[in-house]
Design a protein around this ligand. Structure first.
Ligand SMILES: Cc1cc2nc3c(=O)[nH]c(=O)nc-3n(C[C@H](O)[C@H](O)[C@H](O)COP(=O)(O)O)c2cc1C
Length: 375
């Protein structure tokens, strides 16, 4: 009986945290305030003579052995709460129609309580063919779960990849946080060696440095999602939660780190110039033009979470509308730089200015060669 009660309480706690995250992200301003992605520092060279037709541009690309109809992967958002069923279903239905990919939110909830599996399994039901990624946090693989559990979450959604998310900033601030990262790399290596699906390591809004990217590649991960700073700030989300419960300590820490991290554009360049594995650009990606810039800087796919949350709550038609806009913006960007394919977009010349240029020069990365490419 005591055990039952504590399981029930556990389930309630997880559901409450997941629901808090969804409602805070929907209703409050959770984006970075003083730090930006750096995409505003990236300028393509406009081609007045693109020598191609807008509608004939080929957006397809193959990454992780999957053919995406456009280089877009909706970032991991949710699961584990009632609201998550609709959100996951809406996104899954849309990406199935478009031929894209998505990640589910951390599946820890379903491991702790099998009743919550259905909040995740809905994605494979709605998206039998799309690229789907399972998700678990680094802290949980260190302390709580072994290969068996990870195989379970992959199998749960018949995932094409497993995302291990890194969120030291959020873990440090949230009251139930598990800020345990000692041994994470060793565990990631073990998982990469043991699991049959590709392992993608992803940040959650604070970016990945060249130093960490090299270690991850060496550990055998198949891809890196930089999820850099400039978009959703998890310090901000946890600040709102701390504020609601009157937790002054967490509030003050959350406030101080609201704008923490490596801006997304800088993170993409750092990682692209350091490793050979596929890169997903995310964190503050807000348009098809941002995606075009990210791809041209060296990413293979781009993703976003916050902009899809509100449409997903409303239903799959709204998600489809949003994705359609982003794809048309991407297509237009490619038209205006004269790129008929994703491969050509990767070679389109661009200029890196401002704080992003300063960051990269000081860190020893090459930015001049982007400006002198032939396209
Ligand atoms: C409501 C919500 C829940 C999220 N939950 C997860 C999660 O469980 N696992 C994960 O890897 N990322 C999670 N994220 C982080 C996103 O995948 C993404 O990395 C981050 O929000 C930055 O992207 P954005 O600026 O486009 O929102 C979540 C994001 C949102 C908005």
């Amino acid at each position: 009986m005591g055990q039952e009660l504590s399981d029930e309480m556990k389930e309630k706690r997880i559901k409450k945290r997941k629901t808090d995250h969804i409602y805070i992200c929907l209703n409050e301003d959770v984006e970075a305030k003083k730090i930006t992605t750096g995409f505003e520092d990236i300028f393509f060279i406009h081609r007045a003579l693109p020598e191609l037709n807008l509608e004939e541009i080929d957006l397809t690309t193959e990454v992780f052995g999957y053919k995406f109809s456009a280089p877009i992967m909706i970032s991991s958002i949710t699961g584990g709460a009632e609201e998550a069923i609709k959100i996951n279903a809406s996104i899954a239905e849309a990406i199935e129609e478009f031929g894209l990919g998505m990640g589910v939110g951390s599946q820890r909830a379903a491991l702790e309580n099998p009743n919550l599996r259905r909040t995740y399994t809905i994605v494979r039901k709605k998206a039998p063919n799309a690229f789907l990624a399972a998700n678990i946090g680094a802290s949980q693989i260190i302390r709580d779960y072994g290969i068996k559990e990870l195989e379970k979450i992959v199998e749960m959604i018949e995932a094409d990849a497993l995302i291990i998310h890194l969120n030291p900033l959020q873990e440090a601030i949230q009251p139930e946080g598990e800020a345990f990262y000692l041994g994470a790399l060793r565990k990631i290596r073990q998982i990469a060696e043991s699991l049959d699906v590709p392992i993608i390591v992803k940040e959650t809004g604070a970016g990945i440095s060249a130093e960490d990217a090299k270690k991850l590649e060496e550990a055998g991960v198949a891809g890196i999602d930089v999820a850099g700073a400039g978009g959703t700030s998890w310090a901000a989300v946890e600040w709102y939660r701390a504020h609601q419960r009157g937790d002054h300590l967490a509030e003050e820490v959350g406030k101080e780190f609201w704008d923490w991290g490596i801006p997304t554009a800088a993170s993409v360049i750092e990682v692209a110039q350091s490793v050979d594995i596929p890169i997903i650009a995310s964190g503050g990606v807000r348009s098809g033009l941002d995606i075009a810039k990210a791809i041209s800087l060296g990413a293979d796919l781009a993703g976003f979470a916050l902009p899809i949350l509100e449409p997903a709550v409303k239903g799959s038609e709204k998600v489809k509308e949003k994705i359609k806009i982003v794809i048309q913006q991407l297509r237009t960007s490619m038209f205006l730089v004269g790129a008929c394919s994703i491969e050509r977009l990767k070679g389109a010349p661009l200029v890196v200015l401002g704080k992003t240029a300063e960051w990269l020069r000081i860190r020893g990365f090459d930015i001049d060669s982007y400006a002198r490419r032939e396209g």
